[in-house]
Design a protein around this ligand. Structure first.
Ligand code: UDP
Ligand code: MG
Length: 140
């Protein structure tokens, strides 16, 4: 087992719906360790950078509008194989295809308001952690 870190964000729709505790609880109960957390309204620059792989897609402008529309809870979680495990806990991008028991399967119905983001690979996790956090904001 390799210990990894991943970037998880509760998007503004999740924060507004009062799902912060529910979502953090799921990662805690699984056994993962929270190593950094803050709440912020991302700038457009941060949001566009975070979602830069999607630049040019028809949903890109709306996606950036939504993620900058209110507070986001940005977190770094640590644990064995957490990058793929967190994606399983989160569920499929389209909430109607997400299995019951996953965050999106249980808590969302709309793809653009799918509550949560999680890094999808080692490289993206590293990029996203460095984009959202300074090293001094994370546990050693
Ligand atoms: N998204 C959207 N419409 C689409 C595809 C994606 O609104 O047709 C949004 C959705 O909120 C998704 C985000 O863009 O979570 C990033 O898309 P990605 O395919 O990376 O999904 P994720 O990694 O979040 O599951
Ligand atoms: Mg993605």
């Amino acid at each position: 087992m390799t210990s990894e870190r991943t970037f998880i964000a509760i998007k503004p729709d999740g924060v507004q719906r009062g799902l912060i505790g529910e979502i953090i609880g799921r990662f805690e109960r699984k056994g993962f360790k929270l190593v950094g957390i803050k709440q912020l309204i991302p700038t457009r620059e941060l949001a566009e950078n975070h979602y830069k792989v999607h630049r040019g897609r028809p949903f890109f402008a709306g996606l950036v509008d939504l993620i900058t529309s209110g507070p986001v809870v940005a977190m770094v979680w640590e644990g064995d194989c957490i990058i793929s495990s967190a994606r399983k806990i989160i569920g499929a991008t389209k909430p109607l295809e997400a299995e019951p028991g996953t965050i999106r399967g249980d808590l969302a119905i709309n793809i653009s308001r799918n509550v949560i983001h999680g890094s999808d690979a080692v490289e993206t996790a590293e990029f996203e952690i460095n984009l959202w956090f300074k090293a001094s904001e994370l546990n050693i």
